[in-house]
Design a protein around this ligand. Structure first.
Ligand SMILES: NC(=O)c1ccc[n+]([C@@H]2O[C@H](COP(=O)([O-])OP(=O)(O)OC[C@H]3O[C@@H](n4cnc5c(N)ncnc54)[C@H](OP(=O)(O)O)[C@@H]3O)[C@@H](O)[C@H]2O)c1
Length: 268
C-alpha cells in the first residue's frame, strides 16, 4: 500500500496538507513530536475520509530520528511514494544572543534530517522508478536575513540541495521539488520564540503583514506537485517579491533588512 509521508503534520502547513490529501484519498504517514496529537489526528482523518493514516512520533532535531522513521515504514511495508519534508523551526533575534544549542537543533531539523530522510526514501523510489520528494523552504531561501541568520541560511541550503537533486533524480523518474511559502498564519513565530516586537522588526507579524492561510499554501503545494513544478513560491505577492529580490545584490538586501529591524526595535 502506498503512502504520503508528511513531516510536521500536526500543525500549520503540514496539518492543512494532511487534511487536503486525505480528502483526495491519499493514505498518510504523519510525523511530529507530539504523539498524542498524532493519534487523535490519525483517528479523525481516518474517520472523516476513509483512508489509512499512521502516525510516527519523532523529534527530527535529533540525528537518529530519520533512521527511526524509515525503519518504521520498512517494518510495516508502508511504501512512501510522496515525501514532504515540511517540518521546520525558525529563530529570530541577534545571533550572538540566541542559544547555540537551539541554533544547532534548528540546523539538524531544517537541513540534516531533511537530507537524511531524502537519502533514505530515495533508494526505494529509485528501485520503483517513481516517487516525489517535496522540500519546504521559505522566501528566506532567496536572501540573507540578518536577525534570522541561521534560519535563512538553513532554507538557502534546502533550496540549493533540492535544485541540485531535481536534476540528479530526473533520469530515474523521480521528481524532487522545492516549495517556498511566504508569511503564513501558523504557530511558526510562537514555536521560534519570535515575540511581537521581533516579528514586527522582521516584517513577519501575521496580524499586520499580508500573510496566507495554511490551507491556501497547502492547496498551492498540491497544485505544484501535480504540475511537477521544480520550484514553486506560494502566493502571487511573494512570487513578485522574489523576482524583485533576484535583481538586487545580497549585500543591499541584508543592509536593508538589518536597518529595518534595528530601527523598529529602537522604537519599542
Ligand atoms: N509560517 C510561515 O510563515 C512560514 C514561512 C515560510 C516557510 N515556512 C516553513 O513551513 C514549514 C512548516 O511551518 P509552519 O509554519 O506550518 O510551522 P508550525 O505551525 O510551527 O508547525 C510545525 C510542525 O512541525 C512539527 N515539528 C516542530 N519541530 C519538530 C521536530 N523537532 N521534530 C518533528 N516535528 C517537529 C510540529 O509539531 P510538534 O511540535 O508536535 O513536533 C508541527 O507539526 C517549515 O519548514 C517552515 O520553515 C513557514
Amino acid at each position: 500500500m502506498t503512502y504520503t509521508l508528511i513531516t510536521g503534520a500536526s500543525g500549520g502547513i503540514g496539518l492543512a496538507l494532511a487534511r487536503q490529501l486525505a480528502a483526495q484519498k491519499h493514505n498518510l504517514i504523519l510525523v511530529a513530536r507530539n504523539a498524542e496529537k498524532l493519534t487523535q489526528l490519525s483517528q479523525q482523518l481516518q474517520a472523516d475520509y476513509g483512508v489509512r493514516v499512521e502516525g510516527i512520533a519523532a523529534n527530527l532535531a535529533r540525528p537518529e530520528a530519520a533512521q527511526h522513521i524509515y525503519r518504521e515504514t520498512q517494518q510495516h511495508h508502508w511504501d512512501v511514494d510522496l515525501l514532504v519534508n515540511n517540518a521546520g523551526v525558525g529563530s529570530g533575534g541577534e545571533f550572538v544572543s540566541l542559544s547555540l544549542q537551539s541554533e544547532l537543533e534548528l540546523l539538524q531539523l531544517n537541513t540534516a534530517s531533511l537530507v537524511a530522510l531524502t537519502h533514505l526514501f530515495l533508494q526505494p523510489m529509485q528501485e520503483r522508478r517513481s516517487g516525489t520528494i517535496i522540500n519546504v523552504a521559505s522566501m528566506t531561501a532567496f536572501m540573507p536575513v540578518p536577525y534570522m541568520a541561521t534560519y535563512a541560511a538553513s532554507k538557502a541550503f534546502v533550496r540549493s540541495f533540492t535544485e541540485a537533486l531535481t536534476q540528479e533524480c530526473q533520469p530515474h523518474g523521480i521528481d524532487v521539488l522545492l516549495f517556498a511559502p511566504g508569511l503564513t498564519k501558523t504557530n511558526f513565530n510562537e514555536a521560534a520564540g519570535i515575540n511581537n516586537e521581533k516579528a514586527a522588526g522582521l516584517n513577519s507579524d501575521y496580524t499586520t503583514a499580508p500573510a496566507q492561510t495554511p490551507e491556501e499554501v497547502a492547496e498551492e503545494l498540491i497544485h505544484a506537485w501535480r504540475a511537477k513544478k521544480p520550484v514553486h513560491i506560494a502566493g502571487r505577492r511573494n512570487r513578485l517579491g522574489a523576482r524583485l529580490l533576484a535583481c538586487l545584490p545580497n549585500a543591499m538586501i541584508a543592509r536593508y533588512v538589518a536597518r529595518t529591524y534595528q530601527q523598529k526595535l529602537a522604537h519599542h
